[in-house]
Design a protein around this ligand. Sequence first.
Ligand SMILES: Nc1ncnc2c1ncn2[C@@H]1O[C@H](COP(=O)(O)OP(=O)(O)OP(=O)(O)O)[C@@H](O)[C@H]1O
Length: 569
Amino acid sequence: MASLFTRPRAAARRRTASPLLYLGYGMLAVLVLTAIIAPIFLDHAATTLTSTANSGPTHAHPMGTDSLGRDMLARVLVATRETMLAAVFSTAIAAVLGIGLGIAAWLAARRVREVILRLIEFWVSYPTLLVAIIVAAILGRGLAPAVFAIGLANAGGFARLTANLAAGISTREFVVTARLMGVPSGRIATRHIVPNMAEPQLILIAQAFAGALVELSGLSFIGLGAQSPSFDWGALLNEGASKIYTNPILIVGPSIALVFASLAALFVGDGLAAAANPRTNLRRARMLHHSGTELAPLTPDTLLSVDHLTVRHDDSGRELVSDVSLSIRRGEVLGIVGESGSGKSVTASVVSKLLAEGLTATAARAELSGADLLGRVSGRELARRVAMVYQDPGTALNPALTLGNQLSDVLSRALGSTRRAARQNLLERFRDVLLTDPEGRMRQYPHQLSGGMKQRAMIASAMSTRAELLVADEPTTALDVTVQREVLTLIKRMNATMGTSVLFISHDLGVVRALCDRVLVMRDGRIVEAIDDVAHMTPEGVVHPYTRQLLEATPIVTMPGRDIEGAAR
Ligand SMILES: Nc1ncnc2c1ncn2[C@@H]1O[C@H](COP(=O)(O)OP(=O)(O)OP(=O)(O)O)[C@@H](O)[C@H]1O
């Protein structure tokens, strides 16, 4: 078991680390090594006065010498330590202060929170450099006040980001549940809220670090930062700028160093943020043919034929679906049952061409009404052929749009009809699925409808494209028994009146028995039994012990005479 779980995770980490992250690490390593080594070996050359003042590039001084004859290359390399340390400290001050304040705003009582939020808004409304200059001018000259001033100036950005993210995350179900279970606020903040901000915070830290390098140089440039005899890249730029017309090489070194360090920070920040999100950088789903298998010709009434389908998880190489074959005739309702994780949804995702990233499907054939599902099928063609109804209609609907807007938009794109015609079509389908006040529903947002109503709306949307195949992935699991029955009735009606074939996925054999013509039983990614006479299946009549177990364990939904067919009439 351990190897099954540890290997894929290590592989995922390896794969999600982008080449830019490695480049950033490499650049950062160069900077760190320079910061450690240069002051040890080059301090003498960087600080000793010589008679060759204001020299241009020579063999002995590739970046020239300053007005006191000190080697400019050595000075740039030695300044790496002071500049990097200053940038690290100011970024740390900004991140700790800002994230702390953002979390404090979220933990505080409502009124205090409002005050903190207004304060943060005021803070970020001024440019960072301006705030840093004002603070540094108040604190006095020197690198330490400059570091603190820049940290303080950048903290506002962290505070705003943290407060905004915390406001969103704190309403999510897992936070609400933790609160109900009595988890203290501080622990909710550290365990549930902060880890969910990792990606944007890492990007902001990288940006703040890159910004701090430039801001520190800016403060040194105007004489507020590093004071002689200490020097950072900004101070060197300041010195070089005064000789820009007579000896321009002097500003090249500190400028290159600044750009190099900023890029290193951005590459590392972006790369770490991407790696912190397991969904980024996944390889696109692949659907491939495998050859060498003899295939029987399809009969004219075959709508869908999937032969020898295998789906693998790219990282672990694990087979999620193994050698599955299925077919659906026109007008037929095929059920797939199986316990959780048996591969039902992954199989359905191949049929609807919605295979998840990081998975590879291979099949000898996957054809839907003549269209090769393993090849290119345009979105519009696919929408005309396949409609989907999901387990949780709430996640399939956009909470920011009214039902009318989002469903008619999809419909007009799928059918190429005008928006007006699409709305009219949808309105009629809303009536077909017996949604009360269909005009009013068109203007409502998803959260204003019950789960059953949302599922009816999804079925209406599926009906409106007159798709040849409806893929219904556990469409009744999230609904109560009465609504379940209504939804099953609607699907059966769609099948009976429009001739739509249905691939119906469920873990409930009782529900499947009430609706389907044939059933496939899946276990561990394989089809272990195919039942053709669904209405009369009994524990004694099935072959596979797992099907028998399922049948014995499932309370059969009583629909006398499969009365959902009656309802369809
Ligand atoms: N995107 C993915 N990446 C990696 N593994 C996945 C992915 N999607 C599904 N799986 C794995 O594939 C297997 C089959 O999952 P699938 O969702 O098809 O199960 P299911 O039979 O539909 O289960 P349920 O009834 O719980 O929805 C599971 O082991 C699951 O962990």
